[in-house]
Ligand binder design. Sequence first.
Ligand code: DC
Length: 234
Amino acid sequence: MSDKKLTIAIDGFSSCGKSTVAKELARKLGYVYVDTGAMYRAVTLYCMRHNLIADDGTVDEAALKNNIENIGISFIYDPQTSKNTTLLNGEVVEDEIRRIEVSNKVSYVSRIEFVRAQMVRLQQDMGRQGGIVMDGRDIGTVVFPNADLKIFMTASPEVRAQRRFDELTAKGEKVTFSEILENVNQRDYIDQHREVSPLKQAADAHVVDNSQMTRDEQFAVILKLVEEAKAAKK
Ligand code: DC
């Protein structure tokens, strides 16, 4: 492979394996991996801890706005494994932000304009040098509209809910499949219909539907796209 440092944007629905692919790709290419969903999850956790979000998802936006500069989000990145550990004001919150309580609330926080503006700024700073794989919902459309390669990943809601269910039960969380499926459908709806930066495919994104693909098959498809993007950048 040539040493052209690409900016790679991976967008798509929740739980369709974006972060697994993005991590694998970053490790293979020697790039940095950034999980932008973790950033919105960390802000959500902050809101939950400071009583800025009600059970029905209503956010105290004025209080959150006053505090937004006090929400420090950072990552410890291990280039050997591409594992990213998320920190909220210096505290490791990697496991906590994956819990269902956070998943159920995150869409209410990620639809707020000033939250998105702040996260997008941080993400653009992280990607300034290239050599980055970033996954999220608006990476190819808003964060890096000039990315060298844009991938839009998708899979059926049932396939995604099953994967998420397996993941959470393996960690010992007591959840039901129908609860997870409902969460997946609800997040899809909110992600696609919010006013600010709704999830949508960039016109120049390559769609990868992995409902019927193994991880290896999917990775082979994506590596081919990377090769093409490198050739195009020469
Ligand atoms: O990828 P994830 O499931 O961890 O993302 C958590 C939530 O954050 C999801 O409901 C959508 C939102 N999100 C977003 O709005 N923009 C991004 N770039 C990444 C995630």
